[in-house]
Design a protein. Structure first.
Length: 478
């Protein structure tokens, strides 16, 4: 399983330079003890483990600027990290780089409900940002299962998606302005709250999705939206992914952007959640091969349930819905969502899992799943495809579980082989090999095989311009 990029040079840090870094943040926030460093060096799925001479935990943008100025002068490589929830190894120091944790930059600087904006520092967790918005009757619309741990800076650096992207967009859609520390220690202050600012290049978008390779995001102005006055959640069985896409079409015609989420789930994943999570129960009386989780929201206080019922009724009339239930309470809606949110976690109980985060046009989702299933089962007979995810925006988490009774290590050793057949199907339908998790180290070396060569050249040129000494997250993305 070749999850790591081509070998990078091992980094060495002299005691003198280490002491200079520690002096910037203070001894308390310069972690050199192995036990203290451990939480920062292990990726959440334990696919990646790193090492570093020091974990620096700055408490201000000035300290971040001083760290990067020194790093640039001394040619010391820096790996920035938010909540350490990334899934492609981009936040891990694989070759002894200095790790820069942003979690102490955790101030909510301003909440402006009139302008519908909020200014927060990079280390604020997604959950805290959403809570701060709720306190002024607003919604910060990004939603991820890791909201209690992932940070705004990390979300923006990876251009995270989530279950509400269908209606509200991905992380890039929520950022109006950024504060970024550049490789040489200069601070780009672009924290404006303006919807209209036509004064040249939109620089913030260089840094969103760049995974810390071009600059380190230290704060952001985020777009807020009005809180919905009503929300309805339904769990429905459908005969096929094509039926799910057709049902999405009905929902979109009825309520447009009021379709907040539309999630597809394969039966194998549902059964795993029910088996390994003592809290979860099957929402429907009978098992079905495919299910969807639908969430509608509206500014109107009444009428949304009738809309959901109409969508499901038309779906049943057209043979697109086999059975369905609508949540009768917030607790029941949370129970529906719990099943979907645990899909990733419970797969570890099923054996080895080769995972993909891909996207194709929504119309191509059914054909992609069918052709990818055929390709991987031909490659590894008996393997168990488990596609699920954000069918509303074409982002499918296409995971493959090892055959029953197979050797886990031997199965995972086929990761690159499986990648090739899955990505071939993705490219056939004009898709992307990374929809919301990023490139990191996992996909760095194969990216040129799937991305326009001119785009790759431009990316390399931008990297060279903004980080000429190559100190920012080297070996990641490009």
């Amino acid at each position: 399983m070749n999850l790591h990029s081509k070998p990078q040079p091992e980094r060495k840090l002299s005691p003198h330079v280490l002491a200079r870094f520690a002096a910037i943040v203070g001894p308390k926030y310069a972690l050199t003890d192995a036990a203290a460093q451990e939480p920062y060096l292990v990726e959440m799925r334990d696919l990646f483990r790193g090492h570093t001479p020091v974990v620096l935990r700055p408490g201000s943008v000035e300290e971040v600027a001083a760290i990067l100025k020194l790093a640039n002068e001394q040619h010391v490589a820096i790996v920035p990290q938010g909540g350490n929830t990334g899934l492609v190894g981009g936040q891990i120091p694989h070759h002894g780089e200095v790790l820069l944790s942003l979690t102490r930059l955790d101030k909510i600087r301003e909440v402006d409900p009139v302008s519908n904006t909020m200014t927060v520092e990079a280390g604020v967790t997604l959950q805290r940002a959403r809570e701060a918005a709720a306190e002024v009757d607003r919604l910060y619309p990004q939603l991820l299962p890791s909201e209690g741990t992932c940070t705004i800076g990390g979300n923006l650096a990876t251009n995270a998606g989530g279950v509400a992207a269908l209606a509200h967009g991905i992380a890039r859609s929520h950022a109006m302005g950024l504060e970024v520390v550049l490789a040489d220690g200069r601070v780009l202050n672009n924290l404006n709250k303006l919807k209209k600012d036509n004064t040249g290049y939109d620089l913030k978008n260089l840094f969103i999705g760049a995974e810390g390779t071009l600059g380190i995001i230290t704060a952001a102005v985020l777009r807020l939206v009005p809180r919905p006055r009503s929300v309805e959640t339904a769990y429905a069985a459908v005969p096929s992914p094509q039926a799910a896409v057709d049902l999405l079409g009905i929902a979109s015609e009825r309520i447009g952007e009021g379709v907040t989420s539309f999630e597809l789930m394969a039966r194998a994943g549902i059964e795993a959640v029910i088996k390994f999570d003592s809290v979860s129960r099957d929402p429907l009386a009978s098992p079905y091969q495919w299910s969807v989780l639908i969430e509608l929201s509206s500014q109107a206080r009444a009428g949304l349930r009738e809309t959901m019922e109409d969508i499901l009724s038309e779906g049943m009339e057209r043979g697109l819905v086999l059975d369905a239930t609508i949540a009768e309470s917030l607790e029941q809606a949370k129970a529906f969502w719990r099943i979907r949110e645990l899909f990733g976690e419970v797969q570890r109980h099923m054996g080895g899992s080769i995972k993909h985060d891909v996207s194709v046009p929504v119309a191509a989702v059914p054909a992609f799943i069918e052709e990818a299933n055929a390709a991987v089962t031909k490659l590894i007979p008996g393997c168990r495809p488990l596609p699920f995810g954000h069918v509303g925006d074409g982002n499918i988490h296409y995971n493959i579980t090892q055959p029953e009774g197979a050797d886990k290590r031997a199965f995972l050793a086929r990761w690159d082989d499986v990648n090739k057949v899955v990505f071939a199907v993705v490219m056939k339908f004009g898709g992307s090999i990374s929809a919301e998790h990023g490139v990191g180290v996992m996909k760095r070396d194969i990216l040129p095989d799937y991305k326009d060569p001119v785009a790759i050249d431009l990316m390399r040129g931008i990297k060279k311009l903004l980080d000429p000494n190559g100190i920012l997250n080297p070996g990641k993305v490009i």
